[in-house]
Design a protein around this ligand. Structure first.
Ligand code: B12
Ligand code: SF4
Ligand code: SF4
Length: 373
């Protein structure tokens, strides 16, 4: 480790970041072709921002015109959980979303770190922090900075630390010596993540069709969950961890040190489906999920997911709520998914609701009612 890296690590450590790598601010040339090929196949689905301008996403100058170096940082978010028991009542939440919203937690610290580094490093004057939402290929940058390698599940994997890590960056306008990349393909012959994916979202190793991924279907997708994927969601109401849970590199995960990311600071590992389905309006929803990543899909998205999971985990206690939602909810997306859920839980209730809904104003709801009848 040279003296500059030692200084950066020491300052980053003061802000709680203990995994740090440095790479040049030059465009991520190696990542551009895979990104283009991915977009050409339409794998980004409704996330149109990903395909709008691939060269821009591969270029840190999009974020800071004068960038000369990119500092990649990783933050552990792993917490242990009791084995998940559906108990015909609960939906599962992906681990990254158990605590407070990581964007709100990471960004202020990254910004403060950027200022501290710009003050401390000779020649530096400008900094810019980024985390997730910025148009930048964070995993490719982390690979170039030597933090780890791409797993076949497309996650950034660290040889002795696994993949339960958020990524963030600090961009600086000074040229710094890069840290060494990890070059070996550490997955070897393992294919555990590829075969475990409940919705068969991997087209091939290292390539994910996001349109099939539960994370996309439950968080990013605005409209109906396609029928062919509903059962595949299983108990997952928000995000999915299967392709990381099975990864042998994650066997030695250590408890996350940042208190804000602890399950007690947010919703934790599971949600009571009855409680979610009873959230009456957007205000009740916002009050329940404020400061957590679950705000993202909104009430309409989360209740849509809850209805699908209710059927998947056989939550028969949810039938009265689902019947009410199918008849009365102002949101067609929720009415339609509630009908689908009822059809798997209670034939009579489903038929009653569908009789009413077959003259619904909304074509999607009429279609779901038709499928029930
Ligand atoms: C869009 C997005 C999604 C989409 C698409 C995911 C995907 N695989 O592309 C969806 C909604 C499905 C998603 C899901 C998840 N996401 Co997400 N997501 C993003 C986001 C915003 C952009 C990713 C992107 O550009 N995708 C397009 C593809 C083409 O780019 P890429 O994944 O970087 O792919 C590169 C490699 O495939 C590589 N490549 C291609 N071929 C080959 C071949 C070889 C041999 C090699 C080595 C490399 C390689 O080149 C590509 C271009 O760089 C990033 C944040 C960011 N700004 O980067 C977070 C991010 C990737 N997500 C993150 C997380 C935590 C998740 C979830 C775990 C959340 C969850 N539990 O539900 C899941 C994981 C699913 C999975 N297996 O990837 C973290 C990942 C951290 C990590 N350790 O990897 C990120 C970095 C956010 C953050 N700041 O922490 N996500
Ligand atoms: S997050 Fe779940 S659905 Fe998405 S690729 Fe991984 S295992 Fe498949
Ligand atoms: S499960 Fe196996 S193939 Fe998948 S990322 Fe982990 S080591 Fe690689």
């Amino acid at each position: 480790m040279n003296a500059t890296h030692a200084t950066i690590r020491q300052i980053a450590g003061l802000y709680g970041f203990d995994v740090v790598g440095v790479s040049s601010g030059a465009p991520l040339e190696d990542a551009l072709e895979p990104l283009r090929a991915w977009c050409d196949q339409g794998y980004e689905g409704e996330m149109g921002y990903l395909s709008r301008d691939p060269p821009q996403r591969a270029d840190a100058r999009t974020l800071l015109k004068q960038v000369r170096s990119v500092i990649s940082l990783a933050v552990n978010y792993w917490h242990p959980a009791p084995p998940f028991e559906a108990e015909a009542r609960y939906g599962r939440v992906a681990r990254y979303a158990w605590g407070r919203d990581y964007h709100d937690v990471l960004l202020p610290r990254l910004e403060a770190l950027g200022k501290a580094l710009a003050d401390a490093l000779p020649g530096a004057s400008r900094s810019r922090a980024a985390c997730d939402h910025s148009p930048f290929l964070e995993r490719a940058a982390a690979v170039r900075a030597g933090l780890g390698f791409f797993g076949k599940n497309t996650c950034l994997l660290m040889p002795r630390k696994g993949s339960w890590w958020f990524l963030g960056e600090v961009l600086l306008d000074v040229e710094l010596p890069p840290t060494e990349p990890v070059r070996t393909d550490h997955c070897g012959t393992c294919t555990d993540c590829l075969t475990a994916c409940p919705t068969e979202a991997f087209v091939e190793p290292f390539v994910l069709d996001a349109r099939r991924c539960i994370s996309y279907l439950t968080i990013e997708l605005k409209g109906p969950i396609p029928h062919e994927h509903r059962a595949g969601l299983g108990p997952w109401i928000f995000g999915c961890d299967v392709c990381q849970d099975v990864c042998p590199f994650n066997r030695f995960a250590q408890q996350a040190p940042w208190p804000e990311l602890a399950p007690e600071q947010g919703v934790g590992p599971r949600l009571d489906l009855l409680e979610v389905l009873a959230l009456k309006d957007d205000a009740a929803f916002a009050a329940r999920f404020q400061d957590t990543p679950l705000l993202r899909p909104g009430r309409r998205g989360l209740l849509r997911n809850a209805a699908v999971v209710a059927r998947n985990v056989e939550a028969t206690a949810a039938v009265p709520l689902l019947e009410r939602l199918a008849r009365e909810d102002p949101e067609p997306l929720i009415r339609g998914h509630a009908l689908w859920a009822l059809a798997g839980l209670d034939d009579d209730a489903a038929r009653r609701a569908a009789e009413v809904s077959r003259t619904d104003d909304d074509p999607f709801v009429r279609e779901e009612a038709g499928a029930v009848l």
